[in-house]
Design a protein around this ligand. Structure first.
Ligand SMILES: [Zn+2]
Length: 667
């Protein structure tokens, strides 16, 4: 009897532990967040408004909303007069099975301690150095770490293969995916070289796996247990509302980016993830973009295709109910309920990737003994989802005369739009690109700033196949120069040029070199700069005067400079400045003279010229020239044999010019 009473007492205490409901205030004091439900019928707010106040976790068809709130959020909800049913927090799981060693974790039916987790991640990288790299993406609020394993052949080399990412448990109490990702890592590494399918995947995809995106939330109860976990990070921020949002801007939740968010953004920005998935719990469904707005993504048919493939593969190996809700296991994000600041939309919109949110289990923290069941349901889907990043359109873009590797944009004409940001970009480390798309026939545009856009018409793409399109992009001539000429004027050279069109034209640097024995060619000197018109499709004329030149043969060219600093040289224009300079009457030579001397002059153009000699009384004593002369330098001999000694004057006259100089005849 005593014994029976004892058992009854234990049962009673368990009942009290299970059913004695804490108040919201108690949860907020103890955990910093509270989990609750209410029905939409009991509030004047719609889901769009509610999702900005609290962290919605699920919305049932009957209008029941399940949500979390920190103190601030909970108070705000109460201010709107919404009353809620406080629920047992999903992270409070005192009976959850924790492993006592790494070996026990690797039986895959218990959760690791935080230390075991970190040690396992390091151990995998140590044991498989050729195909596995340990990456610490940064510390969390409480100084734990966001860890990735990168798994690929030639793991330290950025090969021309797609980058793929799995990440789990950014909501700390949604722990199923955490262990399943560790299990997947183990499976990829231990089966490499023996399992043909896994070997093929590891050889041809760069797989990044982050099993635990919010370790502070998962181990809020201490590093040795996941009991006491919570959804948010240690600052009580829901990390899946903390990312920049395509519709709501950089901080849709009004919070600064958390360290965990920054770590993820850094990893995303320094890589080109073609495809990714983010594992959660609390439902069983593949949720695809967009979360932030109702408009469907350009690739909605592809999202449905890959999401159904994931869910259908689960159905084939699961019991009758698993992942069968919604549209047979898949849903458009907004259709379910809107969220702002989710990582799925961030990766898809800002990083031009393709990310889904996969909810693995209705129960957020499944018991250890149930973990193998979820592995069995999902393990094939994990692989075939990764495999999808190998299909569609892919290739490499090379760039003519490039410094470094520029970035090209791959646009499916009439399909992609800036609103969806659905174009994909080439990897700036090797020029590769991967455009996942539902099978069909598409026109593909490949463009890059400074390069001639190319369009490839009627490209056939099939599901489960890769269509390869490699593209060489040629540099555009940003400014189309129609003419460039140099001509002589009075004191120098006048350069004239015209452009038909200009793109990003900062302007023209005028460069000059002399073509004679004293100076070698290629000794270009910059002599001036003329600003361009930027971008115009109208013809533009320019001129530049190079004045006060010494005699010589000059060569000119234009260095056309873009706003980004790139430049192009024009053809060269050569001008002979030897013969003609300007109107000039030289001093006679010799002077004094007896009886003859030479008088030189130059004229810049063909002119009627008179050159007369006068005595000191102003009487003309000789006509030396009275005729049309060509442009150039001329000289004439003056013989004064029949004249007396004394001072004489010679005077040149043309239509535009006259000059007079004195000379002395000395016998
Ligand atoms: Zn979640």
């Amino acid at each position: 009897m005593k014994k029976i009473l004892h058992v009854a007492a234990i049962l009673l205490s368990i009942s009290i532990a299970l059913f004695a409901q804490k108040s919201a205030e108690e949860y907020l004091n103890e955990k910093g967040e509270v989990y609750f439900s209410f029905n939409l019928d009991n509030t004047n707010l719609n889901l769009s408004e509610l999702t900005r106040i609290i962290s919605i976790d699920n919305v049932k068809k009957d209008g029941t909303v399940f949500a979390y709130a920190n103190r601030k959020e909970y108070q705000k909800l109460r201010e709107f007069g919404v009353s809620v049913n406080v629920l047992k927090h999903p992270g409070d799981t005192p009976n959850v099975k924790m492993a006592n060693s790494i070996e026990e974790v690797q039986e895959w039916n218990a959760y690791p301690t935080y230390e075991e987790y970190v040690a396992m991640m390091q151990q995998y990288a140590n044991d498989y150095p050729d195909i596995c790299e340990y990456i610490d993406a940064g510390p969390t609020v409480d100084g734990r770490n966001i860890l990735f394993l990168k798994i690929s052949d030639n793991v330290s080399v950025r090969e021309e293969e797609p980058q793929f990412m799995y990440t789990s448990t950014m909501h700390g109490d949604e722990t199923t995916g955490y262990v399943l990702m560790l299990h997947l890592i183990d499976s990829l590494l231990t089966s490499y070289g023996t399992d043909a399918r896994i070997t093929d995947l590891v050889d041809n995809v760069e797989i990044w796996i982050n099993p635990l995106a919010n370790p502070d939330g998962t181990y809020a109860g201490g590093n040795s247990t996941i009991n006491g976990s919570h959804r948010s990070n240690a600052n009580w921020v829901d990390l899946n509302r903390n990312f920049p949002d395509p519709d709501d801007g950089p901080h849709p939740d009004g919070e600064v980016w958390q360290p965990e968010t920054i770590a993820m953004m850094n990893v995303a920005s320094s890589n080109f993830f073609v495809m990714s998935a983010n594992f959660h719990g609390g439902a069983e469904v593949v949720n695809y973009p967009w979360d932030t707005w109702s408009r469907l993504h350009a690739d909605d048919s592809w999202w449905q295709f890959v999401s159904h493939e994931y869910a259908d593969t689960c159905h084939a190996y699961a019991n009758g109910w698993y992942m069968t809700g919604f549209d047979n296991g898949i849903t458009n994000g907004y259709d379910w309920y809107p969220i702002y600041g989710g990582r799925q939309d961030y990766m898809t919109y800002f990083k031009h990737g393709r990310e889904v949110t996969i909810e693995l289990s209705d129960v957020k923290t499944v018991s250890g003994s149930e973990l193998p069941t979820y592995w069995e349901y999902n393990k094939r889907s994990f692989l075939n989802y990764i495999e999808q990043c190998r299909y569609g359109l892919q290739g490499k873009v090379t760039f003519e005369l490039a410094i470094g590797i520029p970035q090209a944009t791959i646009t499916i004409v009439g399909h992609d739009s800036d609103a969806d940001s659905s174009q994909v970009l080439t990897d700036t480390r090797n020029g590769s690109y991967f455009r996942l798309i539902k099978g069909g026939t598409y026109d593909v545009q490949v463009s890059a700033p400074g390069y001639v856009t190319q369009i490839f018409y009627g490209i056939q793409i099939n599901d489960y196949q890769a269509t390869v399109l490699n593209v060489d992009l040629l540099k555009t001539v940003p400014v189309e120069l129609v003419s460039f000429t140099g001509s002589i004027f009075e004191s120098g050279v006048k350069l004239n040029w015209t452009t038909a069109t200009e793109t990003n034209n900062k302007g023209f640097e005028i460069q000059r070199t002399m073509n004679n024995e004293q100076l070698t060619m290629d000794n270009w000197e910059s002599i001036g700069f003329i600003e361009g018109y930027g971008t115009t499709t109208e013809a533009k004329s320019y001129s530049y005067a190079d004045e006060n030149l010494e005699k010589g043969k000059y060569i000119y060219r234009l260095k056309q400079i873009d706003f980004d600093g790139t430049y192009h040289y024009s053809p060269e224009a050569e001008v002979d400045f030897n013969s003609i300079l300007k109107f000039e009457l030289s001093q006679n030579y010799p002077n004094p003279f007896n009886p003859s001397t030479k008088i030189s002059f130059s004229i810049p153009e063909k002119e009627f010229v008179t050159l007369l000699v006068f005595n000191v009384n102003g009487e003309k004593v000789k006509t030396l020239i009275n005729e049309n002369l060509d442009a150039g330098k001329h000289s004439v001999d003056f013989n004064a044999a029949e004249l007396a000694s004394g001072i004489y004057f010679y005077k040149i006259s043309t239509g535009k010019f006259s000059d007079i100089k004195k000379m002395v005849l000395l016998r």
